[in-house]
Design a protein around this ligand. Sequence first.
Ligand SMILES: C[S@@+](CC[C@H](N)C(=O)[O-])C[C@H]1O[C@@H](n2cnc3c(N)ncnc32)[C@H](O)[C@@H]1O
Length: 217
Amino acid sequence: MKPWQENRRETKNFFLKKQEKGLSLNASPWTTLAVGKELQNLVIDGIIKEGMVAMDIGCGIGIETMYLAKQGLMATGVDFMPKTIETAKEIAKLSEANADFICDDFIEMDLEKYNGKFNLVIDQGCFHHIPVSERMNYAERVYSLLFDDGIFFLRGFSDQMLPSPTNDGPIRLTSDAIIDTFSKFFFIEKLYRFKNIPLPNSNKPQIFWAFLGKKRI
Ligand SMILES: C[S@@+](CC[C@H](N)C(=O)[O-])C[C@H]1O[C@@H](n2cnc3c(N)ncnc32)[C@H](O)[C@@H]1O
């Protein structure tokens, strides 16, 4: 593993270095500007509904946060990259999406005023950056944010994705890693692999896990 995969401060440096290059798609290759179809399916199936309160962890420029806001949810995105959050706020203003954005590190931020206030927490592409040693902390934090009937929807790189040529990039997740981290806190409603939207600068398939958990009470 690379240092930044084992230590969150290094993770932040990894992202900040990308940010120094600006927010072009090449510097932030995950910025597809698209809402994941797996998230849309939860809206189509009525699992995610108008009136819910949602947090999007590692929201990037907030495309999915704004999508949830446009679906009638009260949506808040959290990301620790300042310029990314500035961009999210600008897009929200232009698109008149009623979404809030917080610039903070999800693992360290003070959650006291947020605890027990959310029906839904989503994460696309943040958890797979969380060092293994911090995973349980992450899971406990998500758990504490949710109402008793709250749900958590995670999407992250699966072990069917090849490592990048330089072997950096997000940690590839096994189903065991997801189950070991989250089953203490959540009933497993869904756990499946899916092909995610191809990145703008790559023709390699993106094979993700989707995990839908219902809070254990
Ligand atoms: C791969 S991007 C995904 C962005 C967005 N969810 C999307 O699907 O387009 C991962 C994001 O997680 C953020 N991130 C990683 N670790 C974080 C942490 N501990 N706290 C807050 N944000 C974090 C990064 O800054 C980055 O914007």
